[in-house]
Write a protein of this length. Structure first.
Ligand code: MSP
Length: 644
């Protein structure tokens, strides 16, 4: 094994398996993949861990709703995860599932260890619980008697439920000072730093002991000596980061000692507290080293709202894959979704970036230089004896950018690194145009311009490989470089020292990036215009006859012999349950609809379709690229809320 200095261990959060992965899951995973690939380019030995979080109340309830046993339910999603990671070139080394026997055993060993060290005690929990977040909202509630006064979850805003049960507690409170010292001594423990301040004020406000077992939930890892207690899902899940590499298994001790501590742990801002407070405290309790860095990213938003299954605005990455291909989507997510903040995702913007950043700025440069050289029957391009002034300036520009790019890539600020790389791509384009190589008659001078452009493309290919590996390998092949990563070979260091002395062999390839041709923009505006001409106004009294009501889709079934219809059972709160038939099957899978709060026309004349009665109509809007969007309230509201 290599020395530890040269290893890089990176993790993603493990995903709740209540549905197929969406763009948010892909984003977390992609950031880890880019970090892993970047370290491969640097000659590190890397280990990249991802997986699924399969226990707990949330998953158990979702399984029950789907009429499946929890194990059968979670099993049904795993292929979709693995397929998506494969489709998007996610190069993970190990996929952990918290239902794996080895993980369960290791968690039990961890509990035993904490029991022995006196970090766990048995008591009674009364308070509130948020199932969607799997969080104890108030640890020891003063509202214990007022069971009806359930507060909203401070994180997701949904109503919590009252819980009173025997529980094991972890002595989190005794770690308060050590945690504060950790943050103080390691200001880079959390990236971006602003997130660290939020954590510090949370810890300073006082830590209560943490309930780490449930007796009212059975879908979890049982305590060995007290099996009516199952491990609280976060205590189970967080430990995946150590159990996957051999914690608790004496045979794998060496392996564990090699990889731990993690060098980078990627997570979304919604789960910072679990990773920056509970997780380090758990590690302190079993005397393990702290992870080196938590890379905390913001949310992908769609229509200014967090993209999430419960808001009904999730984007399926497989749909993007079919239209745009995996690597342009990887690039767009890495460059235009800033790690440091929430970012709005839009397909119109994605298309624009494919056309400008990828096809125009990068693909075209490669295409032009190769075509031009071939026109003059030049295939092998050697370095000139001496570089000219413009070429030296271009190289200097590159070296300056390289320094900034390396710092940002190391820190996980990939969007910023890509911004600076594109400044260099812009500079290389300007250089190429300014030299007007198509007008140069002197072959040596012409070759010099081609060589400088190829050196630029070579550097770009190496730096962009972590983001678009296949495209960059193709780019490099086109200039005669076979891309190879080897342990201990730091290709970035080579770029830094490279005096531009490479020979290139140019071969023509099909366009590296295809421009996206949007559909002719007739539909929306023209239809709107036509409709406007035929519009008649309605009075407020007429409008008030229409009941637009919020309901949650609780069941969704196919209708025999219909390839369009779904039969929905909708909970309208105080208005009761209703059956609604809707021709939306082409656009959604049942799991995209179940549990969604959406808007319905409630008092539409009932009508029969395929022999079944429909008592209402679900409201939708046509989106881009033949998609359909459900109309949802801006956030959770009680079922049966009428729109006014
Ligand atoms: N199971 C826990 C994590 C346990 S880790 C020991 C969990 N799972 S999750 O599936 O709900 O979320 C996993 C990750 O996906 C989080 O980092 C979350 O921030 C990320 N995303 C979910 N929706 C997202 C967006 N809309 N945008 C970006 N990432 C978001 O939490």
């Amino acid at each position: 094994m290599l020395n530890k200095e040269n290893k890089f261990y990176v993790t993603t959060p493990i995903y709740y398996v209540t549905a197929r992965p969406h763009l948010g899951s892909l984003y977390s995973t992609l950031l880890a993949d880019i970090a892993a690939r970047w370290h491969k380019v640097r000659g590190c030995k890397t280990f990249f861990l991802t997986g699924t979080d399969e226990h707990g109340q949330k998953v158990a309830e979702a399984a029950a709703k789907a009429g499946k046993l929890p194990q059968e339910f979670v099993d049904s999603f795993i292929d979709a995860y693995k397929q998506m990671w494969h489709d998007f070139g996610i190069s993970y080394d190990y996929f952990i599932r918290t239902t794996d026997e080895s993980h369960k055993k290791a968690v039990q060993a961890w509990i035993k260890r904490l029991q022995e060290s006196g970090d766990i005690y048995k008591s009674f929990y009364t308070g509130f619980y948020c199932t969607p977040c799997e969080t104890f909202v108030t640890e020891k509630s003063e509202l214990a008697e007022e069971k009806s006064a359930a507060p909203s979850c401070t994180s997701c805003g949904r109503l919590t439920s009252y819980v009173a049960e025997e529980s094991y507690f972890f002595k989190l409170s005794i770690y308060q000072d050590r945690l504060l010292k950790l943050y103080q001594e390691n200001p880079d423990f959390i990236t971006p730093r602003e997130r660290l301040n939020e954590v510090i004020s949370f810890v300073k406000s006082g830590l209560k002991d943490l309930s780490i077992s449930r007796t009212s939930v059975t879908w979890g890892i049982p305590f060995v000596d007290d099996s009516k207690h199952v491990t609280y899902v976060w205590a189970d899940a967080l430990n995946n980061y150590i159990t996957a590499i051999g914690y608790g298994n004496s045979v794998r001790e060496q392996e564990f000692n090699f990889w731990w501590p993690a060098d980078m742990q990627v997570l979304g801002k919604d789960i910072v507290r679990f990773h920056a407070v509970y997780w380090p405290a758990f590690l302190m309790a079993c005397e393990l080293e702290m992870p080196k860095r938590l890379l905390v990213h913001g949310w992908i938003k769609v229509n200014e709202q967090k993209m999430s299954k419960s808001f009904g605005n999730v984007i399926d990455p497989e749909a993007l894959l079919k239209i745009y291909g995996a690597e342009p989507v990887r690039y767009y997510l890495a460059r235009h979704m800033a790690v440091t903040q929430d970012s709005e995702f839009s397909t119109a913007d994605l298309e624009m970036r494919i056309n400008t950043d990828l096809a125009n700025d990068l693909g075209n440069l490669l295409n032009r230089v190769v075509t031009l050289a071939h026109k003059r029957e030049l295939y092998e391009i050697k370095t000139p004896q001496n570089w000219g002034v413009a070429e030296l300036a271009l190289r200097d520009f590159f070296w300056n950018m390289l320094e900034l790019i390396v710092t940002d890539m190391e820190d996980g600020y990939f969007h910023r690194a890509l911004g600076n790389l594109w400044r260099f791509i812009g500079e290389a384009n300007s250089y190429f145009h300014a030299q007007e190589p198509w007008k140069i008659s002197d072959t040596a001078r012409f070759e010099e311009v081609v060589s400088a452009t190829c050196h630029s493309l070579y550097s770009i290919g190496i730096l962009l490989w972590p983001v678009m590996p296949q495209k960059m390998e193709t780019l490099l092949t086109s200039i005669g470089v076979s891309f190879e990563i080897k342990p201990d070979l730091d290709l970035i260091e080579e770029l830094n020292e490279n005096p531009w002395n490479k020979t290139f062999m140019l071969s023509k390839i099909p366009n590296l990036f295809e421009k996206y041709q949007p559909e002719p923009a007739t539909s929306v505006t023209e239809t709107a215009k036509k409709e406007e001409q035929q519009l008649t106004n309605v009075s407020i009294d007429e409008f008030s006859k229409i009941y637009l009501v919020v309901g949650t889709i609780e069941q969704c079934e196919e209708v025999a012999k219909s390839d369009k219809l779904y039969k929905l059972q909708v909970n309208f709160g105080s208005y009761g349950m209703r059956q609604v038939l809707s021709g939306i099957k082409k656009y959604f899978k049942p799991e995209d609809l179940i549990d969604k709060q959406v808007l319905f026309v409630y008092n539409l004349e009932p009508r029969k379709m395929m022999g079944l009665e429909s008592q209402g109509m679900v409201l939708t809007a046509q989106g881009e690229s033949d998609t359909l969007k459900l109309i949802t309230p801006g956030g959770p509201v009680p079922n049966g809320t009428r729109l006014k």
